[in-house]
Design a protein around this ligand. Structure first.
Ligand code: NAD
Ligand code: MLT
Length: 534
C-alpha cells in the first residue's frame, strides 16, 4: 500500500512505514494542482498543518483510507467529508505539546526583552542598546485563553517565573484550575482586564476565530503583550496591527499567520504578504511551535505507527471515532466482537427497516468507554446491507443519514450476568432485542435472540430456525443437513412457553446454500430459517 507524505516528518517515521512494508513517498512543496494530480493511487496521506485535506482532495483520492495529521490541530482536515467516506483520521495531539508551550514562552521573553530586534540590529553593527529596554515577567500576570494541554504547561512554567496566572476556559472544571494554581476568569473580559500578557491556546473554531479583535484589545491594559502560537486568525490581524502602531499594544509574538505562507518556498519564490510583517514590535516565527528535535521525532514516529496500524485494519484511536483509552483496547476487544455480532443479526434475520437502535450496557460494562462498542454494533447492523462501505468511522454517520435514531444507555444492576449488551431494534411495527455477554474475559455468548433465552457461543455460520414447538422438527433439521453433508458443530434450542414458538440455533462449519435453506423452511412447523454469517 502507498503513503503520500506532503510535509516534512522525521526520517524515523518514514522508516517505520517502510518497515511495515508500505511504499512511502515524501513529496514536499507540491502545488495544489500537482497534489490533486498525484494523490489518486495513495491509500494514506500524511500532512502537517498546511495541506488542506478537503472534499476536493478526497474527490481525487478514490483509494484513500487513512489521513495522518502529523501534529495536533485538525482545522486543515475536513472531518465530516472523511467520516462520510469512512476515512480514518489520526493525529498526534500529545507529541508536540511541550514544544508549543516552550515556543509561546519564548515569544513572551522575546517581546518583553526585544531579543530578536536587538539581535538583528547587532548584526548590522548597531549596538545602541537603549532602544531595547524591556520589561520583566516577574510579578506580572499572564492571561491564558484555553487551559488545555499547552495552556496548562504554559501556566505551570510561567508560575516558576513568579508570574500570576489567570485563564479563561469555560470547558475546564474548577478542580483543574485549582490543581494548576490558576485563577479562573468567568469571562473573557475579566481576563482582558487582569492580564499584562495574553497568550492564546484554543483550537480554531467558529467560537474562537477573531476572539481577540479591536474591542477586546481596546479593553486591555495599555502596554499589553499578545502571543498567538495556536492558530492564525484567533487574533484579528488588522486590529493587532493598528493597536501595535498606536502603542496600545507593546508588542506581539505571532507563530501562526492568517493565511499561512508556504513554508518550503525560498524568499525569491515567496509571494506572501501580510502587513504584520511591517512592524518591528511584532515578532513573527514561521509556525515553529512543533519544530524541536524532540517533537519532530515524537510526531513523525507516532503518526507513522498510527497510519501503518490503521492501514493494517487494526483498531487505532482516531479523531473521527469514539475515544477509548489506548490500554482499554485489550479489555474492549471481546465486547467489540460481540457488539458487531449482535448488530449483524438483525438484517440477516429480518427485513423490516430499522428506525431506531438502542444499545444498552449493563453490569461492569457501564464503567467502560462504550462509544466504540456502539460503533461496532452499528457497523454490524449495516454490514449485511452496505458491506463495501461501512466501517467503525462512518457507521453512525451512515445510519443517521438514513434517518435512524441511535440511543446509548447504561444500567449498572444485573442479577445473572456480570456484563450484558442488549441491542434493541425498533421498526415501524415491532421491537426486537438481542443480548450477549462475555464471561471469563473472552468467551462470547448470545443469551437472548428476539425474546428467546439462549446460551450460545457465536460461530462464523449459524442457522437460526423459528418454529412451532412440536416434536420431530430438530430431527428433520439434522436429517436434511446430514444428507447434504453439512456438519453441525453445536446446536441449542429455546422455547418460551410449551407448545408455542421455539428457536433453534444450529452452528455449522460453512455457509449453507439457498437450496438447503429452502428445504429447512419447508419442514412442517418451521416458521423461519435464516442463515447468519458473522
Ligand atoms: P487542547 O485541546 O488540549 O486545549 C484547548 C483548550 O481550549 C481546551 O481546554 C478547550 O476547552 C479550550 N477552548 C476551546 N474553546 C474555547 C473558547 N471559546 N474559549 C476559551 N477556551 C476554549 O489543545 P492544545 O493541544 O493545548 O492546543 C492548543 C492550540 O495550539 C491548538 O489550536 C493547536 O492546534 C495549537 N498548536 C499549535 C502548535 C504550533 O506549532 N504553533 C503546536 C501544537 C498545537
Ligand atoms: C500542530 O497543530 O500540531 C501544530 O500546528 C504543528 C504543526 O502541525 O506543524
Amino acid at each position: 500500500m502507498k503513503v503520500l507524505i506532503t510535509e516534512n516528518i522525521a526520517k524515523e517515521g518514514i522508516e517505520i512505514l517502510e518497515r511495515e512494508g508500505l511504499e512511502a513517498d515524501l513529496k514536499l512543496g507540491l502545488s495544489r494542482e500537482e497534489l490533486l494530480d498525484t494523490v489518486g493511487p495513495y491509500d494514506a496521506i500524511i500532512v502537517r498543518s498546511v495541506t488542506k485535506v478537503n472534499s476536493e482532495l478526497l474527490g481525487c483520492a478514490p483509494n484513500l483510507k487513512v489521513v495522518g495529521r502529523a501534529g495536533n490541530g485538525i482545522d486543515n482536515i475536513e472531518l465530516p467529508a472523511c467520516t462520510k467516506r469512512g476515512i480514518i483520521v489520526v493525529n498526534t495531539p500529545e507529541s508536540n505539546t511541550m514544544a508549543a508551550a516552550e515556543l509561546a514562552i519564548g515569544l513572551i521573553f522575546s517581546v518583553f526583552r526585544n531579543i530578536p530586534q536587538a539581535s538583528a540590529a547587532g548584526r548590522r553593527k548597531d549596538f545602541r542598546r537603549k532602544r531595547f529596554d524591556g520589561i520583566e515577567l516577574d510579578g506580572k500576570t499572564v492571561g491564558i485563553i484555553g487551559l488545555g494541554r499547552i495552556g496548562s504547561i504554559v501556566a505551570t512554567k510561567l508560575k516558576g517565573c513568579n508570574m500570576s496566572a489567570v485563564a479563561y476556559d469555560p470547558y475546564i472544571t474548577d478542580e483543574r484550575f485549582k490543581k494548576l494554581g490558576v485563577d479562573k476568569c468567568e469571562t473573557l473580559e475579566e481576563l482582558l482586564d487582569k492580564s499584562d500578557v495574553i497568550t492564546l491556546h484554543t483550537p480554531k473554531t467558529e467560537e474562537t476565530v477573531g476572539m481577540i479583535g479591536e474591542k477586546e484589545i481596546a479593553r486591555c491594559k495599555k502596554g499589553i503583550v499578545i502571543i498567538n502560537a495556536a492558530r492564525g486568525g484567533l487574533v484579528n490581524e488588522d486590529a493587532l496591527y493598528n493597536a501595535v502602531r498606536s502603542g496600545h499594544v507593546r508588542g506581539a509574538g505571532i507563530d501562526v499567520l492568517n493565511p499561512e505562507p508556504g513554508y518550503d518556498k525560498s524568499p525569491e519564490e515567496q509571494t506572501y504578504t501580510n502587513k504584520l510583517l511591517e512592524l518591528d514590535n511584532i515578532i513573527i516565527t514561521p509556525h515553529l511551535g512543533a519544530s524541536t528535535a524532540e517533537a519532530t521525532y515524537l510526531v513523525g514516529t507516532a503518526v507513522s505507527e498510527l497510519v501503518a496500524a490503521a492501514l493494517k485494519g487494526e483498531m487505532v484511536a482516531a479523531v473521527n471515532m469514539p475515544s477509548f483509552g489506548g490500554n482499554q483496547l485489550k479489555e474492549l476487544k471481546p465486547y467489540l466482537e460481540l457488539g458487531e455480532i449482535l448488530g449483524k443479526i438483525y438484517y440477516q434475520a429480518e427485513k423490516e427497516t430499522v428506525q431506531k437502535v438502542e444499545v444498552m450496557y449493563s453490569g461492569e460494562l457501564a464503567q467502560l468507554e462504550t462509544g466504540i462498542i456502539t460503533s461496532s454494533v452499528l457497523k454490524g447492523l449495516l454490514d449485511p446491507i452496505v458491506r463495501e462501505k461501512v466501517n467503525y468511522v462512518n457507521a453512525e454517520f451512515l445510519l443517521r443519514e438514513m434517518g435512524v435514531e441511535i440511543v446509548e444507555g447504561n444500567k449498572t444492576l444485573l442479577d445473572k450476568y456480570t456484563n450484558l449488551i442488549t441491542v434493541t431494534f425498533h421498526t415501524k411495527f415491532k421491537t426486537l432485542s438481542v443480548s450477549g455477554t462475555v464471561f471469563a474475559k473472552e468467551e462470547k455468548r448470545i443469551v437472548d435472540f428476539f425474546g428467546y433465552k439462549l446460551d450460545f457461543e457465536p460461530s462464523s455460520h449459524i442457522i437460526a430456525i423459528q418454529n412451532i414447538d412440536k416434536p420431530g422438527i430438530i430431527g428433520q433439521v439434522g436429517t436434511i443437513l446430514g444428507a447434504k453433508g453439512v456438519n453441525i458443530a453445536a446446536m441449542q434450542w429455546s422455547r418460551n412457553r410449551k407448545g408455542e414458538k421455539a428457536v433453534s440455533f444450529v452452528s455449522v462449519d460453512h455457509e449453507v446454500d439457498f437450496e438447503i435453506m429452502q428445504k429447512l423452511r419447508q419442514i412442517d412447523g418451521v416458521l423461519l430459517a435464516t442463515m447468519m454469517n458473522f
